[in-house]
Design a protein around this ligand. Structure first.
Ligand code: GLY
Length: 565
C-alpha cells in the first residue's frame, strides 16, 4: 500500500511539473566559451567586438565596435546610414533599451508616396532618395559610449578603420547577393560605385572612403555626422539625388533611451524592445497566449504546437497593425496589450478543431509588408553585462543609394511607415493610422532584440533579422530552449514557420516540416506556403548554461559566426 501511495505521489508530481520533465538533451552545441561571446552576421565584426572585450572593454564598448564593423563587413544591413535598437542588462541586473531608429524628415508628409488618385507609387518608398529616413546609428553608438563606455572611443573605432582599409573578403553568399542586387545598384546610382564591379568569392573589397569617414567622426565626435562636414556632404549628396533630408533634420536627430517591454513566461523574465518597435509587445502577446498551454508535451513543431503558435500570432499581429506606432506621436495601450488576461480573452475563440479565419479576427486591413534584410548581434561580456542589438538599412543595401564620397549605403526605412493609412476595415475601424507618416516620426519596426532572465539570472540574449518574421523567429528560438530543452545552436538551427494574420497563411521553410504534420494542418483549414521564404530569420543568440559557461547559436542560414573566450 505504501508503495502504491509513493507511486501515485510520483505520478502526481510529474504531471504537475510539466516543465521539469527532462527531454533528450541536445546532441550538439555551438561555440562554448568560459566568459564572453560576440555573435554577429560576419566573423570580422564578431572578432573586432571580441578584441575590444579582450582589451578590457565591456559589452557596450564591444557593441559600438561590432556595430561599426558590420557597416564595413556587412554593407547588406550593417550601416552608418540606417538605425537600430538595443536592449541591455548590466551585470547588476539593471535593464534598459536604446532607440536609434531613423526618423521621417521634416519635409515628409502623410501622402508623399501617393499619386493624384491616392494610389501608392510603386518603388517611391523603397528605392532611391525619397525612401531615406534620417539615420540614427552614429548617434546611437555615441549615446551608448556616453552612458556605458569604459574604453576611449579611439580604441573602439580604430580597429574598424583598420578593417575598412585592409578590406573584407567576399563570401560565397555575398557573391550571390551582390550579383542579384547589381541591376538595382546600377538603376539607382548615377555615379559609378564600388558595387558596380562583379565581385567574386575570395575577392577583397576595400572601403577607403568609409575609413576616412570613420577617421573624421573619430576626430570630431558625433557632431561630425550630424552638424559637421560629413553632415553637409551627406545632405548635399541626398539633395542632389532628389531627396528631402536637410541639415536641420540631421541637427535635430537624437537617439532615445526607452523603457523595454518586460513580461514573465513561466520562470522566465523576458526583456524586449518597446515601441517604436512592435517586437516586445507582439512577443509578449504571443507568449501570454501560449503560456496556459502545455507546449512541452505537445512536442516541437507538432501539429498542435504549430497551430497554437499560429493562432496566438494571428491575434497579436492583428493588434500590431492597428495600435502600434511611434510612442512619441501616438498613445499605445501597452499595459492592456501585454496583460495576460487580455491575451486569454483573445484566445477564447481558438479551438484545436479548426483554423480561425483571419477575416473573423480583428483590426485593420493592411497587410504587413516589411523587408527581411536587417542584422542582429548579441554580446555577453566577462563582467556579466549583456546586450542584444538589431540594426538595419531596411531592405538589402537599403535604398540602394550609395554615397561614394562617404562610403556607405542609405536606408529605405521610410517604407516601414504605412504609406496609405486610413482604410477602414470590415469593422469600420481605421487601421494603421498609428503608423502614418509625419515629420520627425519614427516608423514602426518589428526588430526584437531580446534578453531573458531565468530565476532572476541572465539566461539568454538573442534576436534576428527578418522583417515581420523577426518576432515569430525570436519566439520559436526561445521556446526551443525553454519548452523543448534545446541548446542555443540547436534552437537556432530548427526549421521555422511564420503567421502574421494577413495574409492568412503559414509560411514554412521549404522541405523542413514532415508531410503528416502539413496534411493535418491543411485538414484543419490552414493555408501553407513553402515557396516564398527559403529561410525565415537568421537568429543569433547566446545562452548561459547551468555550469555558467556560455553557448552561442550562430545562424548558418547566413555567414554568421560566434567568437568567444
Ligand atoms: N526594417 C525592418 C524593421 O524595422 O522591422
Amino acid at each position: 500500500m505504501k508503495k502504491l501511495i509513493t507511486l501515485l505521489l510520483i505520478l502526481f508530481i510529474s504531471i504537475q511539473c510539466k516543465k521539469i520533465t527532462t527531454f533528450k538533451k541536445t546532441s550538439y552545441q555551438g561555440l562554448i566559451a568560459e566568459k564572453a561571446i560576440v555573435v554577429s552576421a560576419r566573423k570580422e565584426a564578431s572578432k573586432i567586438g571580441l578584441q575590444i572585450l579582450k582589451k578590457g572593454g565591456n559589452a557596450f564598448d564591444a557593441m559600438i565596435a561590432t556595430e561599426f564593423a558590420l557597416a564595413v563587413a556587412y554593407p547588406f544591413a550593417g550601416n552608418l546610414g540606417g538605425g537600430g535598437f538595443m536592449v541591455y542588462r548590466t551585470k547588476n541586473g539593471e535593464i534598459g533599451a536604446l532607440d536609434y531608429r531613423e526618423k521621417a524628415p521634416l519635409l515628409a508628409s502623410k501622402k508623399m508616396y501617393l499619386d493624384k488618385d491616392q494610389n501608392i507609387i510603386k518603388g517611391k518608398s523603397t528605392i532611391g532618395p525619397l525612401a531615406i529616413g534620417v539615420p540614427g546609428t552614429v548617434a546611437g553608438m555615441f549615446e551608448v559610449h556616453k552612458k556605458f563606455g569604459s574604453l576611449p572611443i579611439e580604441d573602439i573605432i580604430q580597429p574598424v578603420i583598420d578593417l575598412a582599409k585592409k578590406g573584407v573578403v567576399v563570401t560565397k553568399k555575398q557573391e550571390k547577393r551582390l550579383a542579384s542586387y547589381l541591376p538595382s545598384f546600377k538603376k539607382t546610382n548615377k555615379d559609378s560605385i564600388p558595387f558596380f564591379n562583379v565581385w567574386k568569392e575570395n575577392d577583397t573589397i576595400k572601403y577607403q572612403n568609409l575609413a576616412i569617414t570613420f577617421e573624421t567622426i573619430l576626430k570630431n565626435g558625433v557632431e561630425e555626422f550630424y552638424k559637421g562636414e560629413t553632415a553637409k556632404k551627406l545632405v548635399k549628396f541626398i539633395q542632389k539625388e532628389g531627396g528631402i533630408i536637410t541639415l536641420e533634420d540631421l541637427n535635430k536627430y537624437k537617439a532615445v533611451w526607452r523603457e523595454p517591454i518586460v513580461f514573465n513566461y513561466d520562470n522566465l523574465k523576458v526583456i524586449s524592445m518597446s515601441p517604436p518597435s512592435s517586437g516586445g509587445i507582439c512577443l509578449a502577446q504571443i507568449m501570454n497566449s501560449l503560456e496556459p498551454f502545455d507546449l512541452h508535451n505537445y512536442k516541437h513543431n507538432s501539429t498542435k504546437t504549430i497551430q497554437l503558435i499560429t493562432e496566438a500570432s494571428r491575434r497579436a499581429y492583428a493588434d500590431r497593425s492597428y495600435f502600434l506606432g511611434d510612442p512619441d506621436f501616438v498613445k499605445i495601450p501597452i499595459d492592456t496589450l501585454i496583460d495576460k488576461n487580455y491575451s486569454k480573452k483573445r484566445m477564447e475563440s481558438f479551438s484545436f478543431e479548426k483554423a480561425t479565419l483571419s477575416s473573423t479576427v480583428s483590426h485593420g486591413n493592411i497587410q504587413i509588408v516589411e523587408s527581411n534584410e536587417t542584422t542582429h548581434y548579441s554580446i555577453i561580456d566577462q563582467f556579466g553585462n549583456a546586450i542584444s542589438a538589431t540594426t538595419t538599412l531596411n531592405g538589402g543595401y537599403g535604398s540602394k543609394l550609395y554615397c561614394n564620397e562617404l562610403g556607405f549605403f542609405l536606408n529605405n526605412e521610410m517604407d516601414d511607415f504605412s504609406s496609405k493609412p486610413g482604410e477602414p476595415n470590415m469593422f469600420g475601424l481605421i487601421g494603421a493610422e498609428a503608423n502614418s507618416i509625419a515629420p520627425e516620426k519614427r516608423m514602426l519596426s518589428s526588430m526584437t532584440p531580446t534578453i531573458i532572465e531565468k530565476n532572476n539570472k541572465l539566461y539568454m540574449s538573442l534576436g534576428t533579422p527578418g522583417g515581420s518574421t523577426i518576432i515569430t523567429s525570436v519566439l520559436q528560438t526561445i521556446l526551443n530552449v525553454h519548452e523543448f530543452n534545446m541548446g542555443m545552436q540547436q534552437a537556432v538551427d530548427q526549421p521555422r514557420f511564420h503567421h502574421q494574420w494577413l495574409p492568412d497563411v503559414i509560411k514554412m521553410e521549404p522541405n523542413k516540416f514532415d508531410s503528416i504534420t502539413k496534411n493535418n494542418l491543411l485538414n484543419l483549414g490552414y493555408n501553407l506556403d513553402e515557396t516564398n521564404s527559403p529561410i525565415i530569420g537568421k537568429v543569433n543568440g547566446i545562452l548561459v548554461l547551468e555550469n555558467k559557461k556560455l553557448e552561442a547559436g550562430a545562424d548558418k542560414r547566413g555567414d554568421d559566426e560566434a567568437v568567444g573566450f
